[in-house]
Design a protein around this ligand. Sequence first.
Ligand code: NDP
Length: 400
Amino acid sequence: MDKVLIIGAGGVGKVVVHKCAQQKSVFKEIHLASRTKSKCDAISREIKSRYGVDIPTYAVDADKTAELVALINKIKPDLLINVALPYQDLTIMDACLETGTHYLDTANYEPLDEAKFEYKWQWAYQDRFKSKGLMALLGSGFDPGVTNVYCAYGQKHLFDEINKIDIVDCNGGDHGKAFATNFNPEINIREVTAKGRYWAQGQWHETNPLSVHQGFDFPAIGEREMYLMYHEEMESLAQNIKGLKQIRFWMTFGQEYLTHLRVLQNVGMTRIDEVEYEGQKIVPLKFLKALLPDPGSLGQSYEGKTCIGCVMEGLKNGQSQRKFIYNICDHAESFKETGSQAVSYTTGVPAMIGAKMMLQKKWMTPGVWNMEQMDPDPFMEALNQDGLPWQVVEWNSSIT
Ligand code: NDP
């Protein structure tokens, strides 16, 4: 097990290719496909000159299962790493089933016409993957991904019972642009403009978009305002962490970003339904994506750091405890290593590590799994070795 096919040559895809190419003994053959072959070729040239590794490239429309099946049958990879967009998750999973290929992604399936984040579509593949002896690892990015593994680590080593989790995500960096998103603008804006949701006492509670917020003192960054949002990892963590009574997700935004977003929303530019324009049908959010800076291009002038982690409260030996596990990642250092900023880096590294866990059979169980269902220890060890070191500290202040 050492041959991978990576689909998606965007900001995250580029980091995944770099990180796989750095570990030649694990990833003996790396293939890269995307909708636009020239993007794959540019990454392939960079990898050849930096690491001397050959990356064959291909054009594929991952919305079409038959095209994927033909490509997979030609390459015969052991594992497919899906870092295209969430809309393609199901067609790619279908192709993996048809060709007998293990599967990994970083974001859960979303229907194109509705900003809805739910695992139900992918969890429905459980029996089919299991009966074919195949594994699908869902959400192997940072959040979801590392945040799930942090919770599993907390459950295994730090607490007898975790009662409350707050996932906090801060990008304290500055890219120097008036308005840009750090990953795919369409996916990002759909996520941010959706209603907030958190889980408490066995049920989901909804809040108006970005209406609940508070300050948090992020290590290495300082005090920032963070906003309660819905985020997909809460759905599986609410089911898989024993004794959990509440889980919330918070992300920081600057005032400049929020003002631009409000104006864009107010004028209808974030709509995801089709509108008629000069005899053509266009989706305003897709058009906006075409105008905004490519997230992959932000790295050049990006300064500052990200801090993402989990504040967990619970009991250990009958005593109340509050711990914070987190990573700090530097935009400029990420760019120096991979040519991508820290948001792509913090997603691409865990995708590579998840793939490594599967290829090395440290994580290899047929079926469809979320990250916290696996043993956290080898993954946590790899995070320290592969560029995303973590820390655990006592955390004195409670998030209200
Ligand atoms: P980009 O938009 O930069 O890249 C997406 C890539 O997918 C592009 O290269 C695009 O191809 C390709 N693609 C899109 N549609 C198709 C298709 N139909 N067939 C083949 N290729 C296609 O996004 P990012 O790299 O920023 O994000 C990648 C994924 O990572 C997304 O799913 C995102 O949600 C996820 N993510 C997860 C995070 C986490 O922490 N878990 C955080 C950030 C992102 P082309 O350029 O050729 O058009």
